[in-house]
Ligand binder design. Structure first.
Ligand SMILES: Cc1cc2nc3c(=O)[nH]c(=O)nc-3n(C[C@H](O)[C@H](O)[C@H](O)COP(=O)(O)OP(=O)(O)OC[C@H]3O[C@@H](n4cnc5c(N)ncnc54)[C@H](O)[C@@H]3O)c2cc1C
Length: 264
């Protein structure tokens, strides 16, 4: 039984190298910026590996779409315990929005047999649309559960806990389903020594559009109706006021009055 995990490489927000914006097409300039696995995807991978720990019949397979440097996140996933990793990379895929990305990912999923679950993050920290998981599920015509925090397999179904407005909801879904996980819903395991050793010789399967044969007008910029019309950094201003409180005055009254003034 196979579990697929969709993982995306994103710029490392902790890095000192800042991401800048390409003024022509308003996309992120990622070259030279260190990258990491999207945090929620790592949580999804941890859930898949926990199921594998409990059931030796389960194998875990990673899929990522991106430039060649995305092999690094596949290697990290393999060193954590995933069985295989697949990189989707083609100049024809570059510039794909969520519509085109979900098409490419779903066509790739169809290349696997015996898929019981597709796990992904709810949102990628950079693109941040949260549309890719639902897009893949819709294209494959399978159920989807978003905002999951924990899953378990029971008989021929999957029991999912999800957080919804500070409540935990438990529901059961059929297999196969797509489950999208909240970031920080678990503590991802560290790569094992054996896993790190394995990645030294390891190469991913690389798939291009030669294998997928998707018509070019559905891919890349041409196949992406999303148009970014503007990106900007919000200007942060800081005004400081020093208030001296005399004996008998109530600081909280002043703080509440100031908040009311700011909120208009
Ligand atoms: C050559 C090349 C260059 C690319 N350059 C960029 C770029 O500069 N900027 C950019 O944002 N994207 C780039 N991509 C990837 C792709 O276009 C975006 O991943 C896509 O638009 C996702 O949008 P999002 O971040 O809003 O995802 P969301 O919908 O927020 O992501 C939700 C979840 O879907 C899954 N997912 C999302 N994207 C991928 C992916 N690529 N592979 C596997 N799983 C995924 C993850 O599990 C993620 O947590 C590139 C792809 C290729 C092939």
């Amino acid at each position: 039984m196979k579990i697929l995990v969709l993982i995306k490489q994103i710029p490392d927000l902790e890095s000192k190298v800042r991401v800048s914006i390409d003024k022509k097409n308003f996309s992120m300039k990622r070259q030279g910026v260190p990258s990491v696995m999207n945090p929620a995807d790592k949580n999804a991978l941890e859930e898949a590996l926990s199921l594998k720990d409990k059931n030796p019949d389960i194998t875990v397979h990673l899929i990522t779409m991106g430039p060649k440097q995305a092999i690094a996140v596949l290697k990290e996933g393999i060193s954590m315990g995933a069985d295989t990793g697949l990189l989707l990379t083609d100049i024809a895929f570059a510039g794909s929005d969520t519509l085109a990305t979900s098409l490419i990912l779903s066509k790739t999923v169809l290349r696997f047999d015996d898929i019981k679950l597709i796990l992904c993050g709810k949102q990628a920290l950079d693109g941040d649309t949260g549309q890719v998981g639902p897009g893949v599920a819709c294209r494959l015509n399978i159920p989807q559960v978003l905002g999951a925090t924990n899953i378990d397999l029971k008989d021929k179904s999957c029991v999912v806990k999800r957080e919804f407005r500070n409540h935990v909801e438990q529901l059961t879904t059929v297999l196969p389903s797509l489950i999208a996980f909240n970031a920080h819903c678990n503590i991802p395991r560290l790569p094992s020594l054996r896993g790190i050793y394995k990645t030294q010789e390891w190469e991913p399967t690389i798939i291009t559009n030669n294998e997928l044969k998707i018509s070019l007008e559905k891919l890349g910029i041409e196949g992406s109706p999303t148009r970014v019309v503007k990106t900007f950094e919000p200007k942060l201003t800081k005004t400081t006021e020093t208030i001296k409180f005399t004996e008998g005055s109530i600081p909280m009254d002043h703080i509440m009055k100031t908040i009311d003034e700011v909120n208009g």
